[in-house]
Structure formats: C-alpha cells, structure tokens
Design a protein around this ligand. Structure first.
Ligand SMILES: Cc1cc2nc3c(=O)[nH]c(=O)nc-3n(C[C@H](O)[C@H](O)[C@H](O)COP(=O)(O)OP(=O)(O)OC[C@H]3O[C@@H](n4cnc5c(N)ncnc54)[C@H](O)[C@@H]3O)c2cc1C
Length: 473
C-alpha cells in the first residue's frame, strides 16, 4: 500500500486502521504509534504543563528523522493537523483530533570537543547536554530548567541565565538545523542552504516544520560562582531596590534575575522556605569566587538572608541557580518585556506582589537582559526586541478552579506596570496553550512578524503546523 492511497480514507476509523497498519509498519524499530485507548497513549501525550491536554487522533512516537517524515506524510494524506511535543514545557495548542509527533525518543547527543559544538536530537532535555558538554570542559547557552527541551527552547530564542549575557541567545549560536517540512521532506537548514528559513527557525518559534536535530556552539566553562539567595518577602522592597541599583554596575560575566515567590508548603523545599513568601536573587558569575563574592556584596547587604546558596558551582549543577520545578504541574503564565525598571516601577511591583500577600501568585520574576542579549547576533535571526532591558515573567501553579483568580492577578501586575511594559514579549515566554496567531504577534515587532508569516506561508502553505487549533485547510 502506498501513502497516496490514504487520500481515499476519511473517517476516524479508517485513520485509525491506517495508523495501526501502514503507518506503524513504516516506522523504525524504535518508533511507535498510539491511538486513543492504547496502553501508552496517555504517557505519550502527557507533558510538563498539564493545563494543556493533547487528545490527538494518532500519536507518533518518533525515534528517527525518517519516522518524523513518515508521520508528516501521513498527516498530509489524511488532512490532519500536526503538533509537536518534546517535553510539554511550552505547548502552544492542543493536538486534538490531529497527529501528535512526540520527539521524546530522539535523545542522541554528540559533542565535538575540537569544533566546540553539540548536535542533539529533538527529544533531548538540557541536563543531558550539560552533562555531555561538561565532560569536555564545555558549556551551552542552556536555560534555567534542566528538563526543558533543547530544541523547543532554541526555536523560541533561548534565554540563558548563565551564558546569555556573554554569548547571546541560544538561537544566536545555532550552526545547523535538521527539519522535516510540511511536504514531508527532510532538509538540513543552514545560513548557506536556506538563509530565510534559517533566520526564521532561530527565534521564530515553531510552525515551519518538525526539527529532528540541531547543532550549536559550546563554550569553555567548568565552574562558576552562582546559586540563589532567599530573602524574607517582608524585605522585598529593600532587596528589589538594592538589586535594581546594583545590576547596572555588574559586568557581562555576571547574569542575574530576581523573583518574588510563594514557596509550596511541602515537597522538595527546604524547611525554612516552606509556604513562605520570599525574594529569590539568582546569580551566575563566570569569574572567580573571590571576585563574585565582592560583586555580590551590595545585594547581600540589602537584608538578612533566609538561605544564601551562592558559591562555587560546578557547571553540571547549574540548574541549582533557579531550582525550577521538574515534575508536571498546572502552570498559568504571563510575561512582558519592560522598557525600564525605575524605582517607581519597583515600588508598584512590590506593593501589588507583596503587600497583597493573600493573593495567589506563585512567581513574579524579573530577568535582567544585558550584554550580548541586547546586541545583534553575528548572523541575524528572528529573536527580536533586543532593546528591552528587563523581562517580567509570572507563573502560577493552580488548580483549574483557581485559574481565573491567578490570571486576574497577573493582569493586575501587568496593569500596575503599564508605564514600563513595551507591549511585546519574548517568544519562549508566550503563554502556553494560547496558539492564537495574534498572540504570537506579541513576541515580534510588525516587520519581523510579517517576515515570519510570509515564511510560514511559503513552507507550510496548507497550515499543517497551524497553531490556532483551526483545521489544516
Ligand atoms: C520551568 C521552565 C523554565 C524555563 N526556563 C526558560 C529559560 O530559562 N529561558 C528560556 O528561553 N525559556 C525558558 N522556558 C521556556 C521554554 O524554553 C519554552 O516553553 C520551550 O518552548 C519549551 O520547549 P520544550 O520542547 O521543552 O516544550 P514542548 O512543550 O515540548 O514544546 C514547546 C513548543 O516548541 C515546539 N517544538 C518542540 N519541539 C519541536 C520540534 N522538534 N520541531 C518543531 N517544533 C517543536 C512545539 O511545537 C511547542 O509549540 C522555561 C519554561 C519552563 C516551563
């Protein structure tokens, strides 16, 4: 049976029959097909952010690039929408009724210590790369969480709390991308082979095809001075003002963010932090411990810490800086780029996020954007808004019946900071579950967005990878 024969098959039953027979037969030994009701279907569709529940007609657990191509052709033949999931940290839209391509089995990592590059499969999570690179004294522009997927992170820009300030976004350091486009063809995309597509893939988020592997630059780093300091929430004003006054004088080798956090009452949380409202200053300094301690002194002096866990840190332990949760959670997110964080803005933020401590906010974070994050990269790409010096990110862990209160509260913080928000945000912090085209436009200025839309029309003319949830045609 050839793939084109699927054109004559239309009903759910026939899709299911074709999936279990022809599709399954075409996959590699490591690949698998799951249909609703199959053992393994629920595991294969699950991800980190459980507010988005994929209910696809077919799941293809791809093990190779060829498996991905087979899955895309299958979707074409049945006119099904395609959604890709690696880890579920940033789902744009549910895959309901379509094909969910899970890349979780594509976990190859190869480090080239001489060329200082890594080539990783689409299902690889950051800690795997961190460990592999560290064996050669190298480091990547990884994000805060060890379990976020490398490919999804890099497609949305990739803001590293360790190397961003000296090396730019992860997308700025990509050498080559292997991609299956909507026509089911596997391509290697580089600055030389497909300059426009290469531009858009690096920062333009998903929707141009399914990335099967990515190659990017690594940098020498074995050890840093880093970690987090937890201060009591009652001292938030003093700590935020001290941090804001301090960061302008810090060198590019020092990256930092600050978060107002309501800690969970139980779980893997140190006892003195449980259930408390705290301020968390996160630091990564690429120089010596001595210099780092000297640089950090003004922040340490702002208030007595509950826990001060900044010190010498081997690069493989870099996830300790943010200590992001790693188990699946229902998370509601909002974000905004800020044009400034004046003392008045700090006061407003503290008033709304701390004085009203009864409100249900879990995390309000400000990341400092500086150095290479604000400069044009060596090869232009779709990461935009590089003029903004701060990124506000909010995340609430909430049950569905509490979601409205969390969302309203996040809206209130945005409204309090209205004078300082740019109206745009960062691609990787677009709200999960919101696949609207107009929502994605908030991550890009009009000219960049228009170029991405044109690129999308060219490479995905039938909207196979549409994020809106609309049918493919
Ligand atoms: C706890 C936490 C910490 C984070 N920290 C940072 C940070 O420090 N810096 C930062 O920049 N971002 C950060 N993020 C955001 C994160 O980078 C994005 O949510 C990213 O999209 C997650 O990618 P994923 O593959 O893990 O998730 P998924 O939900 O599996 O994928 C996210 C999106 O990427 C697309 N995608 C994934 N794989 C492919 C592929 N192979 N081909 C085509 N499209 C694909 C999917 O279609 C989906 O829309 C964080 C998120 C969380 C939840």
């Amino acid at each position: 049976m050839t793939i084109s024969r699927f054109h004559t098959l239309t009903s759910h039953d026939t899709v299911a029959t074709a999936a279990t027979t022809v599709l399954a037969a075409r996959l590699s030994e490591g690949g698998a097909v799951f249909l609703p009701g199959d053992e393994g279907y629920d595991t294969a569709r699950s991800g980190y952010n459980v507010t988005v529940q994929h209910r696809p007609a077919v799941i293809v657990a791809a093990a190779t690039a060829a498996d991905v191509a087979v899955a895309v052709r299958f979707a074409n033949d049945h006119d099904l929408r395609v959604v890709v999931q690696a880890t579920g940290h940033g789902p744009a839209a549910a895959a309901d009724g379509g094909v969910l391509i899970s890349t979780a089995r594509m976990t190859d990592v190869t480090v080239d210590p001489q060329g200082r590059t890594a080539r990783v499969g689409a299902g690889v999570r950051w800690q795997q790369v961190i460990d592999a690179a560290a064996e050669h004294g190298l480091a990547a522009a990884n994000g805060s969480s060890p379990t976020v997927g490398v490919v999804g992170y890099t497609l949305g820009g990739g803001l590293s709390p360790v190397l961003g300030r000296t090396r730019g976004y992860a997308a700025d350091n990509v050498v080559s991308i292997d991609l299956v486009t909507a026509d089911g063809v596997a391509r290697t995309v580089t600055a030389a082979s497909e300059p426009d597509l290469f531009w858009g893939l690096r920062g333009g988020k998903s929707g141009f095809g399914v990335v099967t592997a990515i190659e990017f630059r690594l940098f020498p780093l074995t050890q840093l001075y880093g970690g987090g300091i937890f201060f009591p929430g009652e001292r938030a004003g003093a700590v935020l003002h001290a941090w804001r006054a301090w960061i302008d004088s810090t060198p590019d080798e020092l990256s930092s963010s600050i978060a107002i956090l309501r800690m969970p009452p139980a779980g893997p949380v140190p006892e003195p932090l449980r259930g408390r409202l705290v301020v968390h200053v996160r630091v990564a300094y690429l120089g010596s411990a001595e210099d780092g301690a000297r640089l950090l002194a003004p922040v340490r002096a702002a208030a007595p810490a509950i826990i001060d866990a900044v010190g010498e840190l081997p690069y493989p332990a870099v996830a300790a800086i943010h200590s992001d949760p790693v188990d699946p959670l229902p998370v509601y997110e909002r974000s905004a780029l800020l044009s400034d964080l004046s003392p008045e803005a700090v006061d407003r933020l503290v008033d709304v996020a701390v004085d009203n401590a009864a409100v249900p906010v879990t995390l309000v974070e400000i990341r400092h954007l500086a150095g290479a994050l604000r400069r044009a990269p060596r090869e232009p790409n779709a990461v935009a808004n590089r003029d903004a010096p701060f990124l506000l990110f909010m995340a609430s862990v909430a049950a569905a019946d509490e979601a409205a209160a969390h969302t309203a509260y996040q809206e209130r913080i945005l409204s309090e900071l209205d004078n300082w928000t740019t109206g745009l945000t960062f691609g990787n912090f677009l709200t999960p579950g919101d696949g609207r085209v107009e929502h994605r436009a908030t991550a890009y200025p009009a000219d960049v967005h228009a170029r991405l839309v044109a690129l999308k029309r060219h490479w995905d003319p039938n909207g196979r990878f549409d994020l809106s949830g609309a049918p493919a045609h």
